[in-house]
Write a protein that binds this ligand. Structure first.
Ligand code: FE2
Length: 181
């Protein structure tokens, strides 16, 4: 289950209902899929063939189509990142800049872990959402955020898009944001 860390206060929020309630106040969608539906061999595999990616999409077809029907997503794919990814460090450096998009950013984690760092309301400030397999999150359009990996540096996620062009990152310059925390 996802956990929240509020950066200004170090407060942590855990438990599905608490996390969902906090995120819903921040207008971030949070849902959960049953990650154990995935064949065992794909629950811990971070270098994937096209066939294995299709297998992941097939496994969660019902969940994907349900989410797409409710929220208007038209295309989806699978992204896998790990130390086997060429230039992972460079890629992460590029990721780790606060930015916005013109459509929401949806990720359904199917294996591994990752963190969304999101700019919350003024009373909350920046908060981290630590995600694990089964967690589904949607960061609304125009909400400053970035995504990075956790210590294990491996993740597989389903991404859903309305228009793939909507995913272009627009840098959000914020002097109040402290990177090293
Ligand atoms: Fe983003």
């Amino acid at each position: 289950m996802a956990e929240i860390r509020i950066r200004n206060t170090e407060e942590r929020i855990s438990g599905e209902e608490n996390v969902r309630e906090f995120l819903s106040k921040q207008e971030v969608l949070y849902e959960h899929w049953d990650a154990s539906k995935l064949p065992q061999e794909l629950q811990d595999k971070f270098v994937l063939s096209d066939e294995e990616k299709s297998q992941i999409l097939d496994t969660f077809e019902t969940e994907i189509k349900d989410l797409a029907a409710r929220r208007g997503y038209r295309t989806w794919d699978v992204i896998a990142l790990s130390d086997a990814t060429p230039n992972l460090d460079e890629l992460l450096k590029k990721f780790e800049n606060v930015h916005t998009h013109t459509e929401d950013e949806v990720r359904a984690i199917t294996a591994g872990r990752g963190i969304f760092i999101i700019k919350g309301t003024d009373d909350v400030g920046y908060f981290d959402v630590e995600l694990e397999a089964g967690d589904v999150i949607s960061v609304p359009e125009h909400k400053p955020h970035f995504f990075t990996l956790m210590e294990n540096r491996q993740i597989v996620a389903v991404r859903l898009f309305i228009e793939t062009e909507g995913w272009i990152a627009h840098p959000f310059s914020d002097p109040a944001f402290q990177k090293q925390q």
